[in-house]
Ligand binder design. Structure first.
Ligand SMILES: [Zn+2]
Length: 79
């Protein structure tokens, strides 16, 4: 039963990420990216509600995807 719950949670997370990718303007709403000391504030627009529409339930945002891609795009010899 736990495996089934994990499967549905991962499907839900994937659906939320696709929704954010299809609505890139949501990244403009203020939200925290990352945890602890590495957390960075993203966005410049305020929103009403408890949770920013720019992050999934696990805390992923489109900006995290972009910064991860930038690291990957740097040639290995330049890192
Ligand atoms: Zn972000």
């Amino acid at each position: 039963m736990n495996a089934l719950r994990t499967f549905f949670a991962s499907v839900s997370e994937a659906n939320q990420r696709v929704a954010l990718i299809q609505q890139p303007w949501l990244e403009d709403f203020v939200h925290w990216c990352g945890d602890g000391e590495d957390a960075v504030l993203h966005g410049h627009r305020s929103f009403r509600g408890k949770r920013s529409p720019a992050v999934t339930s696990s805390g992923w945002c489109l900006g995290m995807s972009r910064s991860a891609r930038r690291v990957d795009e740097v040639p290995e010899h330049a890192r």
